[in-house]
Design a protein around this ligand. Sequence first.
Ligand code: ZN
Length: 255
Amino acid sequence: MPRCKMCGRKSIFLSVNEYGLCDMCYSYICEDYRNRERILVESRKIIETSKNPETQLRCINVMKEHFQVLLKYEKIGIPITDPPPSVLLKRLDIERNKIIKSKNLEINKEPLGKKYKRLSEEFGEKLKTYEKIDQLKKFFKNPQYELNPVIEMQLHRHELEEILNIMVDRNNKGIELEKKGDIGSAIKLYEQNVADEFFGTHPYDRLTIIYRRKKQFDDEIRIIKRAIEIIGDIKYRKRLEKAKILKEKYKERIR
Ligand SMILES: [Zn+2]
């Protein structure tokens, strides 16, 4: 009895094509593919013409997102692209790593936390220019409705995620290292996040605790001051007073 690979319908009256798909599923997939193909072609064009590695990386991320969706067709045996999405995804990863390596030195010019905030604000401004929210909804439902705003938003979201991930990874690795007792390496990672003006409390909190334990009161005070500048939480003002008092007491004790 004919059975559709995708929707699972099964009936003697059902006609399935050479890929094992019913008419409904086949036309759905074709439509879905066409929409994504446009975005893929557009992104590829930007990668080839842009000289800005950040733009290129953003486009690669957009392409990856669409190939991830197409991958699910490949997995049920539908020859969606040649070469198949799984191969294209691997190639994109290689391309991505090459670009990252080549621009590694440039990445650290602007503190990442600052960059994240700047880009978020810029995006907020841009959103205002898209006037009506239902227009936005149309873009999402129907990507070919107007290509550029959709791509722009996807690119933007990926860019922010990438920046945030670098800093969140450092925090997570720092936690792991602390558990293993490698405090020195954890300090390095947390200090990188402080240098990058990370806007969450974790690196500041951990560093102040570690430095106090090590009786490095000057370092503790330096980190608390940075936290006040960047996060502005009141709790750090109290901690600053406490750290100053402890520092004095410690000095006296040594004398
Ligand atoms: Zn079907």
